[in-house]
Design a protein around this ligand. Structure first.
Ligand SMILES: Cc1cc2nc3c(=O)[nH]c(=O)nc-3n(C[C@H](O)[C@H](O)[C@H](O)COP(=O)(O)O)c2cc1C
Length: 180
């Protein structure tokens, strides 16, 4: 399995980091410029340490990267965390960064796409953008943990969301105890 993992500049960089650590398969990573500042600000990792968790690293400005083409095959794209700014671009078809271009290609090729937005409260514009994408088959998986697994640490709260991401691509997850 091959996955594209995009990390954008929302709070919750740790979601992208944990996803890279837990996702099995080949991982192509792209980080937005703001993500490169939230990662060291919010996590114990440097940007280069996060890059080392991926098999291929692309720059957000590199429009000649493989994932900028619809002919590049992979199984699913994750954007975790996903800013409402990037999500707005996705909803409008704007493709002026590698993250947004990769999304546009994934959408037109009918690939599985999982977005992990992190914003609260949400404006009607944000909700409309999310609804538009959901109607196109994009999975909107909010960074919004359940508590039935009784998380006791921040890490366990994060892992609930990451476990739900893994389930979206059929990967058996043991990051949290599923209901029942
Ligand atoms: C420390 C920090 C935290 C941010 N948190 C969020 C957030 O949780 N959600 C969001 O949608 N935008 C957030 N932003 C704003 C985005 O980073 C900003 O809209 C940026 O233009 C998004 O660009 P990108 O999508 O290419 O990363 C945050 C910015 C900073 C500097």
């Amino acid at each position: 399995m091959r996955y594209v993992v995009a990390i954008t500049g929302a709070s919750g960089a740790v979601y992208g980091v944990r996803l890279l650590q837990e996702l099995r398969g080949e991982k192509v990573l792209v980080m937005s410029e703001v993500a490169k500042s939230t990662i060291p600000a919010e996590t114990e990792y440097s940007v280069s340490e996060v890059e080392a968790m991926a098999d291929v690293v692309c720059e957000d400005s590199d429009m000649s990267a493989p994932i900028a083409s619809g002919s590049y095959e992979y199984d699913a794209m994750f954007v975790a965390p996903c800013t409402e700014s990037s999500l707005a671009k996705f909803a409008c078809g704007i493709a002026d960064t590698l993250v947004s271009r990769a999304f546009a290609c994934a959408l037109k090729e009918g690939r599985r796409i999982v977005l992990v937005p992190r914003e609260t409260p949400k404006s009607a514009i944000m909700l409309e953008n999310e609804l538009k994408l959901a109607r196109l088959g994009v999975v909107i998986l909010d960074a919004n943990p359940g508590f039935y697994s009784r998380p006791g640490t921040v890490g366990e709260v994060v892992d609930f969301v990451v476990g739900r991401c893994l389930m979206q691509v059929g990967q058996k997850q043991e990051l949290f105890r599923q209901w029942g």
